[in-house]
Design a protein around this ligand. Structure first.
Ligand SMILES: [Zn+2]
Length: 189
């Protein structure tokens, strides 16, 4: 599966616009709760809706089956996330759901696991949401700045509060390290 032509640069543009809209530093951590509020989206931890013991039971039945999902409640999108995940993983999960909303993906398909509804998506929309979430949390200017300052993707993950996996993926697919080395070399000449 490949992203549509122009998707990556469009994602960078939208991510930059959204950060500007809430006055977020283009090179720092993104407050997803602030962004959600700006977009009229509610974020709710699943244990406020069902008991934590119930969540743990679902986890035992099928590990990692439930990360986050979005419901439309009287026209308000509500993202419900699993508080059993690490904080960095929750950030990815919430950003992924926000990405579906921002990209105006269809929220209609619902499946159930042990009485708990889950949204299923088309594979291409899943890929777009994951790519967009990464761009939102780690836009190119942030990564390039980090690379120029000698940070590693581990440093970035820690500083910005995202998973190392996400930081590594963005670091390598955006090619910022190569670009930083080239521009530092030019500066030294
Ligand atoms: Zn999804």
């Amino acid at each position: 599966m490949t992203l549509p032509r122009g998707f990556k640069s469009e994602a960078e543009r939208i991510a930059a616009d959204l950060r500007a809209r809430i006055g977020a530093d283009p090179r720092g951590e993104l407050d997803l709760h602030r962004l959600a509020k700006e977009l009229g989206v509610r974020i709710v931890a699943a244990d406020t809706l069902i008991g934590l013991d119930r969540l743990e039971e679902i986890e035992r039945l099928q590990a990692f089956a439930f990360s986050a999902c979005t419901f439309d409640i009287n026209g308000t999108p509500v993202i419900v996330y699993n508080p059993l995940r690490t904080e960095a993983r929750s950030v990815s999960d919430i950003a992924h759901e926000l990405a579906h909303i921002i990209l105006q993906h269809d929220l209609s398909e619902i499946q159930e696991l042990d009485g708990v509804p889950f949204r299923t998506c088309q594979a291409d929309q899943e890929e777009q949401a994951t790519a967009f979430a990464g761009t939102l949390l780690l836009p190119r200017p942030l990564l390039l700045d980090a690379a120029r300052n000698g940070e590693s993707f581990d440093d970035v993950a820690r500083r910005v509060g995202v998973t190392v996996d996400m930081a590594r993926f963005r670091w390598h697919t955006t090619g910022v390290e190569r670009q930083a080395i080239a521009s530092n070399a030019r500066r030294r000449q």
